[in-house]
Design a protein around this ligand. Structure first.
Ligand SMILES: *Cc1c(COP(=O)(O)O)cnc(C)c1O
Length: 399
């Protein structure tokens, strides 16, 4: 392995050569079932023919053109995202963090245009994750993400996830917006209560604040609806989406209502690459599949099946797991051992999954995964849990 890469990731010693549906094939020929999906990115799995074809065709035609010109794919994607959500406007970025930067800028600009420039602070929630830019590490508020990077960007305050009393006491004449993940992903698949999100909506009405949903991880069908706010019956003013949107091609978007987006005029924001034809072709191809009649419904059904199967694993290995969480195919196993131990043991069983905060192992299959692949994954998790359980017993007997 080269030491020329900035070592900001603790990488597993495996190199994947190619992908095939829900599987990744290593350079030595080993096949892994990919239930991490690049952290909720490879929504259509690997090598999906429609996605590959869309990217190939677009690459041959036109990869990049400046946002100084009209871009057909961008217009089409904006139309579709707005048609299928609460939103009236879309801004295209290249990542989740960038989409969130747009959301925060838009919220502040809205308050500014409303004659309230003092309203610039954003209240976020402990355990949240919004990306790694300087502003977004301030929004996430995690000490380990902030340490050593200079003064924390001003304007972000956290309250505990679900704590409406703490929230109410923090809202001030300087508050512009509340920003929350309806289901915290990196934080450990923590779903907000419906009542809590409804309260956020009414607090926003009461105090003239905007509600921002960070659906970077929950979006594009992951939870069984296009965006998880639909399940909650609570509409945000601004929503961000990225990860699964391009099915592996980098793309993000910030969606908003006209009521909120109007001050974002020419020159107020921009991105060289954001909304480029290639990214738009990828995202439009992903939507072709996800918006196909019945596709989202199938995710909900498959999600229930997988959740039940995972619940039976927790019953079988209560010393290793104690709970299954999540919606659709955004699932988490709450572990009683370090989640990385479970992820490593699953890796040894040729199953990829992803650790998260709060001792959770994320199970994020491609949205196209079949129940047969679920069974394969469950068998691998059972073997992994068996190994961990044996090890625990041995350790206990030597104490
Ligand atoms: C991954 C993630 C981000 C950051 O996305 P990047 O593309 O890595 O910038 C932001 N918010 C949530 C909820 C995420 O899961």
């Amino acid at each position: 392995m080269t030491n020329k890469i900035l070592p900001t990731y603790a990488r597993t010693n495996v190199t994947f050569d190619h992908g095939d549906g829900c599987e990744l094939v290593a350079t030595n020929g080993d096949r892994y079932l990919d239930f991490g999906a690049g952290i909720a990115v490879n929504s259509l799995g690997h090598g999906h023919p429609l996605l590959v074809e869309a990217i190939q065709n677009q690459a041959a035609k036109l990869m990049h053109v400046s946002n100084l010109y009209k871009i057909d794919g961008q217009e089409r994607l904006a139309e579709r995202l707005c048609e299928h959500t609460f939103a009236d406007k879309a801004f295209f970025a290249n990542s989740g963090a960038e989409a969130n930067e747009c959301a925060v800028k838009m919220a502040r600009k809205y308050q500014f245009a409303a004659g309230k420039p003092e309203r610039y602070r954003i209240i976020t929630f402990a355990g949240g994750f919004h990306g790694r830019t300087l502003a977004m590490i301030a929004a996430g508020g995690q000490a380990k993400h902030l340490e050593g990077f200079g003064p924390k960007v001003d304007g972000f305050d956290q309250v505990p996830f679900g704590d409406s009393e703490a929230l109410k006491s923090l809202i001030s004449h300087e508050t512009a917006a509340l920003m929350i993940e309806p289901i915290q992903g990196e934080g450990g698949i923590n779903s907000a209560d419906v009542d809590f999100l409804k309260e956020l909506r009414s607090l926003c009405e009461e105090h003239g604040l905007l509600l921002i949903f960070d659906e970077v991880q929950t979006g594009v069908g992951r939870t069984g609806v296009l965006y998880s706010y639909e399940q909650y019956g609570v509409e945000p003013d601004i929503l961000t989406t990225a990860k699964g949107l391009g099915g592996g091609f980098p793309v993000g978007a910030c969606l908003a209502t006209d009521e909120v987006a109007y001050p974002m005029v020419a020159g107020s924001h921009g991105s060289t690459f954001g909304g480029n034809p290639l990214a738009m072709a990828a995202a439009n191809a992903v939507l072709d599949v996800v918006l196909e009649p019945g596709f989202l419904e199938e995710i909900r059904e498959k999600g229930l099946v997988l959740k039940q199967k995972l619940a039976s694993v927790t019953d079988q290995f209560p010393e290793v797991f104690d709970m299954v969480r999540g919606e659709g195919l955004l699932l988490g196993l709450h572990a009683k051992v370090p989640p990385q131990d479970v992820v490593s043991a699953c890796f040894d069983e040729k199953l990829l999954c992803v650790p998260a905060g709060d001792n959770v192992v994320r199970i994020l299959p491609p949205l196209i995964a079949t129940t047969k692949e679920f069974d394969q994954a469950i068998a691998a998790i059972e073997r992994a849990a068996g190994t961990i359980s044996e090890k625990m017993k041995k350790e206990q007997s030597t104490l």
